[in-house]
Write a protein that binds this ligand. Structure first.
Ligand code: 13P
Length: 250
């Protein structure tokens, strides 16, 4: 049985006081005995202050939304995996479509980030997903397969610290989620691709769904055999709604 995971990607939202309020609210409401791993991914400056208020019994963990492809040195504005680790971060999102698209992150850059994150004992939430025109042209399986190449280059040991997030670009921030059937179909395919490397890892690797996942649709999505939880954007910014999504996973 794979444990369910619900991760909040706050993107470029929440000031320090708003972020602390939201985390305090969530921690006051979640059930200590649920078995859901909950990850909060705020902006960089909020990582450490949030770390300081995390109550480990509530199974909330801290994740960053990005890390540098460089280890250290003269790279103004960058934040390395080792610095993230040093402030208490345990996860990092790599390969989000917004970074691929708006910040020009190539497969090569993503591979460097992956390696540095894993070397620094961060768990990686690695995002894949096709654009709308690619789905319309029935290229979605091919696109996702090629995005998984970086993961297949990792060692089995490294791969055990990876979570995959399937986020179809057409579903992100649009209010149009993939149907449970569409998502399940892709998740099963992703598991098949990972199985070409190692069957046991394929069976164990968590695969999250992301893209307009909300309190209304989370239950049905999370019930699918190969969907192990969600990577949530806008619905993670509202305390009550994010709680409902956590409950849907538990
Ligand atoms: P939304 O939930 O806002 O569609 O965003 C999904 C996402 O990009 C999470 O990483």
């Amino acid at each position: 049985m794979r444990q369910k995971i619900v991760a909040a990607n706050w993107k470029l939202n929440k000031t320090l006081s708003e972020g602390l309020d939201l985390v305090n609210f969530l921690q006051s409401k979640v059930n200590e005995h649920d078995d859901v791993i909950k990850i909060i991914c705020p902006t960089f400056p909020l990582l450490y202050p949030i770390k300081e208020i995390l109550d480990s019994s509530k199974k909330f963990y801290l994740g960053a939304q990005n890390c540098s492809a460089y280890e250290r040195g003269a790279y103004t504005g960058e934040v390395s995996a080792s610095i993230l680790k040093s402030v208490g971060c345990e996860y990092v999102i790599i390969g989000h479509s917004e970074r691929r698209k708006m910040f020009g992150e190539t497969e090569e850059v993503l591979f460097q980030k992956l390696n540095l994150a894993l070397q620094n004992q961060l768990k990686v939430i690695y995002c894949v997903g096709e654009e709308l025109d690619q789905r319309k042209e029935k290229l979605h399986f091919n696109v996702v397969k090629s995005q998984l190449d970086n993961l297949l280059k990792l060692s089995n040991e490294q791969l055990q610290n990876v979570i995959i997030a399937y986020e179809p670009v057409w579903a992100i921030g649009t209010g149009v989620n993939a149907t449970p059937k569409q998502a399940q179909e892709m998740h099963a395919y992703i598991r098949e691709i990972v199985a070409t490397k190692d069957a046991d890892i394929a069976n164990a690797i968590p695969i999250l769904y992301g893209g307009s996942c909300n309190a209304m649709n989370a239950g049905q999505l999370f019930q699918q055999k190969d969907i192990d939880g969600g990577l949530i954007g806008s619905a993670s910014l509202k305390g009550e709604e994010f709680l409902q999504i956590i409950y849907a996973a538990s």
